[in-house]
Ligand binder design. Sequence first.
Ligand code: AMP
Ligand code: MG
Length: 405
Amino acid sequence: MSLTPLEDVQAAVLRECEPLTPRAVDLQEALGCVTSTPVEAEELVPPFDNTAMDGFAVQAADTADPPVELKVVGTLAAGADPSGFRVGGSEAVRIMTGAPMPPGADAVVMVERTRTEGDVVVVEHHAAPGDHVRRAGDDLKPGDVVVDAGTVLTPAHLGVLASLGYQRVPVFPRPRVGVLSTGDELVEGAAPLHAGQIRDSNRPTLVALVRQSGFTPVDLGLARDDEATIAAAVEKGLASCDALVTSGGVSVGDFDYVKAVLDRLGSMRSWQVAIKPAKPLAFGTVQGKPVFGLPGNPVSSMVSFELFARPALRRMGGHRRFFRTQVDAVVAEPIRRRPDGKLHLVRVVAAPGEDGRWRVRPVGGQGSHQLAAAAAANALALVPDGDGVEAGSTVKALLLSGDPG
Ligand code: AMP
Ligand code: MG
């Protein structure tokens, strides 16, 4: 099977992964979700004129020639109703931050600029009209667009929506992603290893990648290398998930059944991608839902998730930017490789140098089974086909944290 360029496979996979149907979700659930329609304010925020300071609400004109004595005619705390209050000439109302401005007053003198003597306040400062007054609608007015369609919701957005009384927000739902490991050699958890067995490390990694990406992981456990078992696990998973990620069983070995299962249950495509690691990829849609058949080697499954599943799942979640940030980086030490028709994704530590340019240094152990070495990396250097790159030269690097928004 010939090798297919990375971008072609990414495009083919993305095409099949349409955004999920938007729905209203609770604010508490919406962090990181993408809005499906613009949201407009229907109220004023703040809802009324109020004071930004503890102090005295006054008529500014009374303070033109400080110090002046004003009669304190009442006290307004935050939450109090100001309708029974009125500040007349030479009068003041004691007022606390957030309390509504009493009728008649047009400025607040902060408490630090006053002295009180019984029911008289001595104002030592010339206040201008509007001083320390937060106007109704200062932040939002009815009709203002609070968040546009396509906004990735941050904590501050959620607070703004709450300030308007919204409890739900229209978003593309977070994709629910089932994670299934396949392989006869795999052992669950801490059970003793018998001859030929290894522990299942892909599932915890992939579940965590799903969660870290803002999707909802569903642990579908472990399936033996048996067509019926894998098919049953895939069907069960799809009953409650929007997409599945499997690992293992997509190469050309004798017991690689994932492709056969996807072929039987839905439509399946597979590629030998012109990259190292993560060359084999099976991708199918079953009941209209995408299934990513990632390779089994631990580093490969992680890289494959990053390159193919994550961008496609972001599209399903309504994101408009699918891919991680790519930067130009200076190679701190030579990266040697052989020509093989593939783009090499070298696990590197990337950090900005003193000159502001990114620097990358490969982590030790670039085998696709060496997850411990890969765990030290925070980026993938894209080393093109050829003999490698010299120290001081520039490569593209894909940063494995953060998103372009
Ligand atoms: P496969 O893609 O099934 O041929 O597996 C390729 C390699 O990855 C083999 O060495 C497997 O033992 C290993 N492998 C497959 N699945 C897992 C897993 N869930 N955790 C750790 N290693 C795995
Ligand atoms: Mg296997």
